[in-house]
Design a protein around this ligand. Structure first.
Ligand code: NAG
Ligand code: NAG
Ligand code: NAG
Ligand code: NAG
Ligand code: NAG
Ligand code: NAG
Ligand code: NAG
Ligand code: NAG
Length: 864
């Protein structure tokens, strides 16, 4: 019967082919020949042994074969699936993890009944068959005709056995320790009886794939939460309840952006799944120490990087504080426990000694427990809800939920969310974690006496502490200002003595440093542009010493003032805060960058001032402030008719064209938004605020950063999730901006309404249902050319597509805007439905209350 696959030199070469391709062209050539001959399929009766492997097609990302995880024990072999494109070898699935092969040539066979078997020896019949190490155990289901089975490794990383009428067995149904994109994790299967627990079980150690002590899976009681157990039943970690959009204990926004979500299948029932975006390899692993880690390969480095893990601090470990206490992280991941209001430590001595495991008990009992006097509720903010919630199916609103809890003496807390309804808890509240940000409210039941006390005593305490604080701050400010004046004087004096030769220029207030900063060749109109250096005194005089009446607003890194120079010239003065996060480097970046950029649709930098700790930029003054002041102000909206709005869109596009292409530098702005578009006296738009802009050199097309700054709502998915930015991320922001200009609504205002779609998702839906006209700001409906507006919406939708490659570049956008007749491609529907919200954050602390992955919500949260 069977034919043996591979095993020859070519195949052996291939199994090590992944890494050194670049270094050894000859080897690479040999390999490519062999890979061309490699197959992804094992047919019925065939077997795989030695160094032969199956390679997934067409991409060749995954490979199946035998491997030795421990280099010290090269004879212990396992059948596994690993990434072929990444070295060192990263294994995602192991078949015979409980029993290593020890013979020299174990084999994998596909039997006539469609069963996969790992044998500790050759498969071709000798007198004594080789011992069976593992089998897919499908023989009992052999209802498919003989002679038609094949096993193939898919590009998703799953090994599938197919019969003529479908999939008989799939390694994705039997994971080991790794979750991959496309896996479906069943929540419950109606009418299928008890199903096999779907668990991700850690390896015993880094080099031993046998089942370890930790397993991750969904709660068998259907609360919808994920747990990590140790030794089968000790809870180590819990994800928190599913809120309809995210797990309450995992405010890590990218997880849901990547598409982690519940879904339904008529056969499989309800399940969770996630679909990684195309741009990266990604996996979730329960590592041997019981931590769930998400690794990702970034395009830039081609190495696995840890992008998320839990539990990673003491509060994320289960019930660190015992019952009725909340856990806060103080520093270095250390926990601090506090009893909830109305509770006191159960064992005071132990509690004070830092042994919190016994938790807290109610100190005054609930009203309903003594006499019938009333109980009330206190909202605790920003928490991961406690464990053991139950779903109150009978109520439909917040009031009903509150009443239900009020009327049940054994109800200790409740929450109500429109996405999931009413959840309630008993009187033991276990595992409450006060998140640094991004948690939810919990309404805790308290006797009326506790709530009254709260009002009286706390009011007085608050007033007293505010007064004390005020006095302290006032003293500090006075003291600090004195110190600063003295220091500034000293600096100034020493500077003067050293630069007596430039004294005259200094007194005239301007110092030409064009020697050091001269970019004549960059000037658009050939005129030499000189960057002026102003003295602090002069700036102070111009802005009435930074007085509030001159304040125009606050930019990215500090307040902006209006100033009037002696000649009568009006300027905008941006005073960077000391602790703005814009260091000297960023400051220089902005100065050098903007000095080089000269365009009608960019705000012009006139000069700067660096003195002592002061860093100040002087721009041309824009009398009509920023676009958002018009667009989102009901009183001024009407001043912008469609013609003006269209001119603004075109102006911004031209500014972008200059930045992206014509300025020689190729600049990505990174923070394009309505408040960064300023309007001159004639309402011409000018792009401002280059504090975050980056220049691209030569043939560089995209950048990667760990520090994601910018404004949610305007951020492209690839930038928000992976820190990848390119000119196409600006295009995305521009698309959002066009939609804002047309709708007259802020992108962030789509938060919490319209079925939690973002502005792009909402616009796409309306447009797709031929209701595009409803998007148009009522203020301009009368004045606008419907055809032109709809075309702009169409262009905006092309700009906000999920995949950067599919977005048009700026010359194309301008072409689309200027022509009226050319056919536009159809925009793809958005798959990632993000909501916006203003934050400036580094990637690791992206904790946000608002995560949205669309409209799927899960209501089966009862049980437990
Ligand atoms: C069985 O396979 C091995 C290699 O795996 C080969 O050396 C041997 O000749 C085969 N035996 C038979 C009976 O086909
Ligand atoms: C194979 O599956 C059957 C039921 O489907 C079960 O009774 C049997 O114990 C399984 N055998 C192994 C080796 O797991
Ligand atoms: C991945 O990208 C390729 C080409 O870039 C595209 O054809 C494919 O549809 C994408 N897949 C997903 C799941 O987005
Ligand atoms: C567990 O392992 C991960 C990954 O190797 C590591 O980052 C983490 O610090 C470990 N945690 C503990 C508690 O040892
Ligand atoms: C904490 O107290 C419990 C009993 O309440 C005890 O079993 C445990 O050993 C104590 N832990 C420590 C670290 O003292
Ligand atoms: C109920 O008991 C509390 C103290 O336990 C007391 O303050 C309150 O007045 C009582 N209410 C009634 C209606 O008896
Ligand atoms: C009251 O609360 C308990 C949980 O503490 C729950 O089991 C019970 O079903 C509730 N009763 C009603 C009528 O809701
Ligand atoms: C619409 C609007 O407010 N336009 C003003 C812009 O600024 C110039 C100069 O200050 C005013 O004359 C315009 O009325």
């Amino acid at each position: 019967m069977g034919r043996e696959l591979g095993g020859g030199g070519g195949a052996r070469c291939c199994s090590m082919a992944s890494s050194p391709q670049r270094l050894f062209p000859l080897l690479a050539w040999l390999c490519s020949v062999a890979v061309a001959g490699a197959t992804d399929t094992l047919r019925q009766g065939e077997s795989l042994s030695g160094a032969a492997t199956l390679v997934s097609s067409p991409s060749g990302v995954f490979e199946v074969g035998f491997f030795a995880p421990d280099t010290n024990l090269p004879s212990r072999l396992y059948l596994g699936i690993w990434y072929r494109v990444i070295s060192p070898r990263t294994v995602v699935w192991v078949a015979n993890r409980a029993a290593a092969a020890t013979s020299a040539s174990p084999s994998l066979t596909l039997t006539d009944t469609g069963e996969l078997r790992v044998l500790d020896g050759a498969a071709n019949g000798t007198a004594t068959p080789a011992p069976l190490l593992w089998s897919s155990n499908t023989s009992s289901r052999a209802s498919v005709p003989r002679g038609s089975y094949s096993a193939a490794i898919q590009d998703s990383g799953s090994l599938q056995v197919r019969g003529e009428d479908g999939v008989l067995w799939d390694s994705f149904w039997h994971p080991t320790d790794t979750m991959l994109s496309g896996m479906r994790i069943p929540v419950f299967a109606p009418g299928r009886g008890p199903v096999e627990r779907f668990l991700f079980t850690s390896w015993a150690s880094e080099t031993d794939p046998s089942p370890g002590r930790y397993a991750l899976g969904l709660d068998p009681h259907n609360s919808g939460q994920a747990y990590i157990w140790k030794d089968g039943n000790v809870i180590i970690w819990r994800s928190g309840q599913w809120t309809g959009q995210n797990f309450v204990g995992i405010p890590w926004r990218p997880l849901y952006m990547y598409g982690y979500k519940p879904a339904n299948d008529p056969v499989l029932g309800q399940y969770y799944t996630y679909t990684a975006t195309n741009t990266s390899l990604q996996r979730f692993v329960v590592v041997p120490n019981g931590t769930d880690v998400c690794y990702m390969v970034k395009k830039s480095s081609q190495k696995w990087e840890t992008v998320w893990m839990q539990p990673s601090n003491e509060c994320e470990y289960y019930a660190t504080c015992g019952a009725n206490a909340k856990c806060t992280v103080v520093q270095d991941g250390k926990a601090k426990c506090t009893c909830l209001k109305g509770f006191q430590p159960k064992l005071l001595d132990r509690w004070n000694a830092g042994n919190w495991s016994q938790g807290c008990i109610r100190s005054p009992p609930l009203g309903c427990q003594v006499n019938q006097s009333g109980d009330g509720f206190l909202a605790i903010g920003n928490v991961k809800w406690p464990d053991f919630s139950y779903w109150v199916s009978t109520v439909a609103d917040e009031t009903g939920c509150r009443t239900a809890c009020q009327n049940n003496c054994s109800c200790g807390a409740y929450v109500y969310l429109t996405t999931i309804g009413c959840l309630a808890w008993g009187n033991e509240l276990i595992d409450i974690y006060e998140l640094p940000s991004g948690g939810y409210n919990l309404n805790l039941k308290l006797p009326a006496s506790e709530l009254r006390e709260h009002h009286a005593i706390w009011k007085i305490a608050t007033i007293v502490s505010v007064v004390v604080l005020f006095v302290l701050v006032a003293c500090l400010v006075l003291w600090w200002q004195r110190g600063r004046n003295i220091k500034a004087d000293a600096v100034h004096r020493s500077w003067r003595s050293r630069h007596s030769s430039t004294q005259s220029q200094q007194t005239s207030g301007m110092l030409d440093i064009s020697q050091s900063i001269r970019f004549n060749d960059e000037v658009e109109d050939g005129k030499s542009h000189e960057l002026k250096v102003y003295s602090l005194d002069r700036i102070r005089a111009a802005t009435c010493n930074f007085c509030d009446s001159n304040k125009l607003g606050a930019g990215g890194f500090g307040p902006v003032y209006m100033g009037k120079l002696p000649g009568g010239e009006e300027v905008a003065v941006k005073r960077l805060c000391r602790n703005s996060g814009q260091g000297l480097e960023e400051f220089k970046n902005e100065v050098l960058l903007i000095a080089k950029l000269q365009h009608r649709n960019l705000v012009r930098l006139l000069g700067c001032c660096i003195q002592g700790e002061e860093k100040i930029l002087v721009y041309e003054y824009m009398p009509n402030k920023s676009l958002d002041a018009f667009l989102f102000n009901p009183e001024k909206q009407g001043l912008l008719d469609w013609k003006k709005r269209f001119d603004i869109i075109e102006g911004i596009a031209r500014g972008l064209l200059y930045l992206h292409r014509d300025s020689r530098l190729r600049v990505v702005h990174r923070d394009l938004k309505a408040s960064n578009i300023l309007l001159d006296a004639d309402m011409n738009p000018k792009i401002s605020d280059f504090g975050m802009a980056r220049m691209f050199g030569g043939d560089q097309n995209q950048f990667n950063t760990n520090r994601v700054v910018g404004t949610f709502g305007y951020m492209s998915p690839e930038y928000a999730m992976e820190g990848i930015f390119s000119v196409k991320s600006d295009i995305y922001s521009f698309g959002v901006l066009i939609l804002e200009i047309i709708t007259g609504k802020r992108a962030v205002s789509f938060h919490g309404q319209q079925d939690s779609l973002n502005i792009g998702g909402y616009a796409w839906r309306q447009w797709n249902e031929d209701k595009g006209e409803e998007l148009i700001d009522p203020m301009i409906r009368a004045s606008c050319l419907i055809r032109q507006v709809l075309r702009c919406i169409h262009i905006a939708l092309l700009c906000v597509q999920d995949h950067a490659d599919e977005r048009p570049d700026i010359p194309t956008v301008i072409l689309m805007l200027s022509s009226d007749s050319s056919r536009l491609p159809n925009p793809r529907p958005p798959t990632l439905m993000l909501r916006g919200r203003d934050v400036e954050t580094s990637k690791s602390s992206e904790n946000e209350q608002s995560h949205s992955i669309g409209t799927v919500s899960m209501t089966q949260l009862h049980g437990r």
